[in-house]
Design a protein around this ligand. Sequence first.
Ligand code: NAI
Length: 335
Amino acid sequence: MTLRVGVIGTGAMGSAHVATLRTGIDGATVVAVSDTDLGRAKEVADDQARVTDPDALISASDVDAVLIAAPDEAHEPLVLACLDAGKPVLCEKPLAATVYGCRRIVEREVALGRRLVQVGYMRRFDPAYAELKQTLVDGGAGAPLMLHCAHRNAVAMPWFTPEMPILNSAVHEFDVIRWLLADDITRVSVFTPRSSSLAAAGLRDPRLLVVETAGGVLADIEIFVNAQYGYDVRCELVGETSTARLAATPPVADFRDRFADAYRRQVQAWVTAVTTGGVCGASAWDGYAAGVTAQACLEAAEQRRSVAVTLPPRPALYESPTEEPCVTTPSGAPI
Ligand code: NAI
């Protein structure tokens, strides 16, 4: 079976996903694309992929599944429309622009009683993170005690509001920490040094976040979105018997180059899961957990105190583990 995919949002990420779906993915084809900027949609359309509006794309009978790469604030209505149409959806991170939006998506999916949402936290599919996770699982560093993480961009996106380093960048770290440790974040603190003179007015950059997990692990996270020298993501695990760190990769100018393989593996795993009736990657619940943590960080920064991260009980729908990515393509070849 070939999965017929519709892609909404054909900017930087969406056009890259379309290119990946066309060249690097087994078992999928792009049949429709949509963007509020018609010119952008036309640039990625071809003989197989027509241009249409988002609502028509989601309801089209020849679209089996939807990939959303529109801006954050468009995610919630689009994901809800996919759920209402009963269509599997891979939504770029964050799941929604607000924690309330994330919650509404979880509630709609729970009411539906079927897992249809995967969130684009692609680090779970990155070979270097997978290796670090394997080291942890194998006990190669002993029981985990601390993580030292850094997320650096050369220059912030022009549309970054003061909240974006936390709502849009740090969410990657929250998700990967929960995934690596198989543990929930329970408390956060935010420390703000003097801002870089190269950051846009109003943006407090860099920032240091400290998160605690239910299992007692502490993680410090540097978020620096105007680091100038390049895109650079780091993670070091300190365990009881040793340390393990993310394999070093040279800083790159374009973040898409650092995680190109992870994006491809993520999309392939999604296609495999949808085709075979399974689920994988970050769930709507994981997206919600990242959103709750981000909201707590905003409060912690504002009030200059640590803030508890409180999640309601996890609905039964999300109890089955989805930590491990699918490892085959629809035709059975390894990803
Ligand atoms: P972009 O601005 O390059 O592209 C967004 C596109 O969506 C634009 O072409 C815009 O015209 C279109 N658009 C706006 N509103 C729309 C709507 N309601 N319906 C359909 N199209 C709409 O932005 P970019 O960088 O591609 O980001 C898209 C999403 O991907 C964001 O949610 C962002 O947070 C996420 N992202 C994820 C990354 C990752 O590492 N997983 C990295 C960068 C972005």
